[in-house]
Design a protein around this ligand. Sequence first.
Ligand code: SF4
Length: 335
Amino acid sequence: MKKEAILYEKIGTKANCNVCNRRCLIALGKRGFCLTRENQDGILYAINYGVVSSSGVDPIEKKPLYHFYPGSSVYSLGSVGCNLTCKHCQNWNIARASVESIYTSEIFPETSVKLAKQHECQSMAWTYNEPAMWIEYTLDSSKIAQKNKLKTIYVTNGYMTKDALELIGPYLDAANIDLKGMSDRFYHEICNAKLGPVLKNIKWMYDEGIHLEITNLIIPGYNDSEKYLNALIKFMVQEVGPEVPLHFTRFFPNYKLVDIAPTPIETLKKARKMAQDAGIRYVYLGNVSGSDGENTYCYECGQILIERNGYGLKDFKLDKSGKCPYCSTEIDIMI
Ligand code: SF4
């Protein structure tokens, strides 16, 4: 399935794509860096429109979104292609794939919304690969989803252009943004991208009132220094807000980063403490089973409010208005 792409300009016979900050100039018959846009006779097509590599019902905690209708189900869809080439990519088999190279199915936006409703999901998420790579499809789908009273979610690397964000933003209720590291060097060496646009987009989404949660995968030797962690924490406190949940997740060897050991648990605990000490209210640890870093605590009285076991809820103690039942502090959470 294909659809004429949005956000491109014709420059002679070439097409200049403006969906993400790569801004590829695509010659006749060629595809952009992400492999999802092809210049056919001077017209740029999104050749992954409706092309779904994986779909299904997930717990919302898997995105991860811990403060957005906890315990609810989300209908998740992913396609192929990505605008980054992270050396540690967990989904490289779809991120680096083309529409022809792996098995996919075709799901129209209307059908995806019907599936979400049939499965009694409260929301839909575009995830697994970078959702901005099929912005045409996610835009059409999110409009239909919101009309059908479903919440809409992007799980994203945040590397889209401001133009793209201004198009999709009004149709998004929530996003988890992967803030991969706090230096241009890290983004350049590990992800083949730049840090600046990601920070700007996080701030834009926050200012627009989109429910935000931030994920940072800590890779030993690459982005685990106190300097980087402090920079990330400072950005969260000063430029976003202490109420935005922060998820530090544990690295495991993957794709092209196979010669590095998993993140020591102590490093993750230290990062969590640094963030808490700086005033971030909700700091979580991901990929660490059985850790207290999965639970939500009241930032005022310290009582446990939501106890999690992996992606499941073991106990939920918030009152109906989202307040701590022990000290009545309003918790920043949608329930
Ligand atoms: S969306 Fe794809 S084609 Fe467009 S600028 Fe980004 S990487 Fe290039």
